[in-house]
Write a protein that binds this ligand. Structure first.
Ligand code: ASP
Length: 356
């Protein structure tokens, strides 16, 4: 009897140990290469196939690949999810191809006003900036808010003075203007106010030659990155110029935690792109996390539910990228395409613009 009880205790102990061990590494089996994964987007709403030239498509894919490769290299050497999100988004902000940082869209009155957010899934710490005009890489300012402030959301001139005080790189406003966004703005704007046109012309005149990278159509181009690092920690970041012709310091979903950006080690990390108001109305990123946490859905089922079921009810439009606590990646969009790329510890980088 005594032996029987001891055997039961040993069995129970080993089961307990196994289950503790599983929950501490997120349920993943041990492998010699620690698991990590990264996905990025360069905006949903890509034009219908054939609208970009082969060179333009190649340029998009090369930039997505460059950013993902950097993420892979950093994750391989053990960098944290948040560090990777910032470094990868900086590459996309610096590229004139996307609506974030250089290449951002132009507002109603001819300005460029950018938003960015980052969230750390382990601590739920987050930082966001909106309507900034002089911060070269808005994602670095969002990170600074997350790391060095007791607040979460800084706006316009206040965000800029916080960034400048903390050594974040500032740059002349003219740096962000590109010819294709100026051409788009001239077609889209619903005002003939000469002072706005004059302002945009004066910004363009400060650059020579001004960069023109794209056709004028195509509405989106926000950038985002979601990561699970070697240690099982998640992070998400998003950066955008917002919607073209926006007015009244409109703020979209990107810097709204839970709408366009969210990360929680219990569930997943998400970055969204599309019409921001739709993502705010549905609290889209947090809803995906809740579907996983409270309804037990898989990541794929949750992102599908958000973009193809819930968005249908409100005629919402856009897409999202996501990574869950096991490192699974999921992406969904209801537009013609979404610039996107992903890789994991195996290092095979996949880049796509349209449906796979
Ligand atoms: N979601 C962004 C916004 O509404 C725009 C975009 O994704 O292109 O500000």
């Amino acid at each position: 009897m005594k032996h029987y009880i001891t055997a039961i205790c040993l069995l129970a102990g080993s089961l307990l140990f196994t289950s503790c061990d599983k929950s501490s590494n997120g349920g993943k089996s041990d492998t010699s290469t620690p698991k990590f994964s990264i996905a990025i987007h360069g905006g949903a709403g890509a034009l219908a196939k054939g609208s970009y030239t082969a060179e333009q498509e190649a340029a998009f894919k090369a930039k997505l690949e460059e950013a993902t490769k950097l993420g892979y290299e950093m994750l391989s050497k053990g960098d944290s999810a948040a560090d990777v999100v910032v470094a990868v988004i900086k590459i996309l902000e610096d590229s004139p191809l996307f609506n974030a940082g250089k290449g951002s869209v132009i507002t109603y009155n001819g300005k460029i006003k950018m938003d960015a957010a980052i969230m750390n899934g382990r601590t739920l710490d987050c930082g966001t900036v909106n309507n900034v005009q002089r911060i070269k890489n808005p994602i670095t300012a969002a990170r600074m808010v997350m790391d060095s402030s007791k607040y979460i959301m800084f706006s316009s001139a206040g965000a800029e003075s916080f960034a400048a005080k903390n050594g974040i790189e500032m740059i002349d406003k003219s740096y962000f203007y590109t010819q294709h966004q100026i051409d788009r703005w001239r077609k889209t704007k619903d005002s003939t106010d000469a002072s706005y046109i004059h302002y945009v012309d004066s910004m363009a005149a400060l650059q020579s030659p001004i960069i023109s990278a794209l056709p004028e159509e195509g509405e989106f181009g926000t950038v985002g990155c979601v990561v699970m690092d070697k240690y099982g920690n998640l992070a998400a970041g998003t950066s955008t110029g917002g919607l073209i012709n926006k007015k009244y310091n409109r703020v979209g979903d990107s810097p709204i935690i839970g709408a366009g950006t969210y990360a929680n080690n219990k569930t997943c990390a998400i970055s969204c792109t599309g019409t921001g108001e739709d993502f705010i109305k549905t609290v889209a990123a947090k809803t995906v996390s809740d579907l996983i946490e409270f309804k037990g859905m898989t990541l794929d089922a949750a992102t599908y539910d958000m973009i193809h079921v819930r968005f249908k009810e409100i005629t919402g439009d856009g897409g999202m990228i996501a990574v869950d606590k096991y490192g699974n990646i999921s992406w969904q969009y209801n537009s013609d395409g979404m610039f996107r790329a992903r890789t994991d510890q195996n290092g095979k980088i996949e880049t796509y613009i349209y449906a796979e």
